[in-house]
Write a protein of this length. Structure first.
Length: 347
């Protein structure tokens, strides 16, 4: 018999609408070049798919360690960072103890707490989308919070929270998860702290730098923390095709990743400027590969109008404090132009 706890849960839902221009999931808009795909195919040809993958992803952890400048002992891999978020919500404290989430943010932090029936302390961000420290400290003390999640930069608002505020909350004895899914676009990190401390870990992912299809998430932490969390990891959680493809791309495709990230970052600034020029649109600065903006109209109607013009972005107006807001991922220059033109027509 299924638990009654499930009654209060909703199945995780992502955008399924079809459109030619897809700017809704913060993916890299560039697919891998032909020569990399050929290398991948050659490697896959040599792989025995009747065998289980390397359970510890040893070689991939070496390559990822090299890519992010850490040792493989400091790395735990997940089936996307979603899986790692779930592990962290299981691992830190007791289920009766609270999970702190500054909102609006990436929904998986709350979802993982809900799945486990853990109490949540969700504190609305201030008018600059930064952490409301006073309110957070008050609730954290009252609700026995032991775990905090920060999207850094924050999805969907695009900004970096104040480092000092995150440190201050940590002083209350709160295990700190800094989710740096968009690190390649911000360049800001808590990695050095995560490598030294037992109360801090960093999450990264390959999903935003060209490999969303693989589902490879990365936790960076102190060796002792990584080896404890590794006890929760499901066996064979990273498939052999994912291990092989990620190894090839991170060792032979660095130039492709670096150039793509550069193009997206410079397009971000252009799209930001162009959006600012559209009458009635309020634009929020971004350190990630997406931009949040507010229109004078109902966001659902704007979203629908764009879909009718074959452009898919994300309606964010369902989140607290984001009325009339939508989020657009940065695409190729020509895709961004189509989006901007369509938006002008819709507004
Ligand atoms: N963290 C943040 C902040 C995200 O925005 C996303 C994806 N939208 C993820 C994690 C999920 O990453 P993954 O694909 O590695 O599960």
């Amino acid at each position: 018999m299924l638990s009654r706890r499930l009654n209060s849960l909703k199945a995780y839902k992502t955008e399924t609408t079809k459109a030619r221009i897809r700017l809704s999931s913060n993916e890299l808009p560039y697919d891998l070049p032909e020569d990399l795909k050929t290398l991948i195919l050659n490697e896959l040809k040599e792989t025995q798919l009747n065998r289980y993958p390397d359970p510890n992803s040893e070689e991939l952890r070496e390559v990822i360690g090299d890519f992010f400048g850490v040792s493989s002992e400091n790395i735990l891999l997940g089936n996307g960072s979603d899986e790692l978020i779930y592990y962290l919500s299981i691992a830190v404290g007791d289920f009766s103890q609270g999970v702190y989430v500054p909102v609006p943010t990436f929904p998986m932090y709350e979802i993982s707490a809900d799945m486990l029936g853990r109490p949540k302390v969700c504190v609305q961000l201030d008018e600059n989308f930064d952490i409301n420290l006073e309110k957070s400290l008050e609730l954290i003390a009252n609700k026995s919070v032991v775990l905090a999640y920060y999207s850094y930069p924050n999805n969907p608002t695009g900004n970096l929270f104040s480092k000092e505020k995150i440190h201050r909350i940590r002083e209350e004895g709160v295990f700190t998860v800094v989710d740096e899914a968009y690190y390649s676009y911000s360049g800001e990190s808590f990695k050095d702290e995560a490598l030294k401390r037992e109360d801090t870990v960093v999450l990264r992912t390959l999903s935003k730098i060209g490999l969303a299809g693989l589902r490879v998430g990365i936790l960076i932490g102190k060796e002792s923390v990584v080896s404890e969390l590794n006890k929760l990891r499901l066996p064979f959680n990273v498939t052999s095709p994912s291990q092989i493809i990620a190894k090839v791309v991170l060792s032979s495709g660095r130039d492709f990743i670096e150039e793509s990230v550069k193009k997206v970052t410079s397009e971000r600034e252009r799209v930001l400027k162009e959006l600012k020029g559209i009458k009635g649109v309020e634009v929020f600065p971004s350190r990630a590969n997406f931009i949040l903006f507010r229109t004078p109209f109902n966001a659902k109607a704007v979203h629908k109008g764009l879909v009718e013009r074959d452009v898919l972005i994300r309606d964010m107006s369902y989140l607290p404090g984001l009325d009339r807001c939508l989020r657009v991922s940065i695409g190729k220059p020509e895709e961004n132009d189509i989006f901007l033109e369509a938006l002008e027509k819709v507004l």
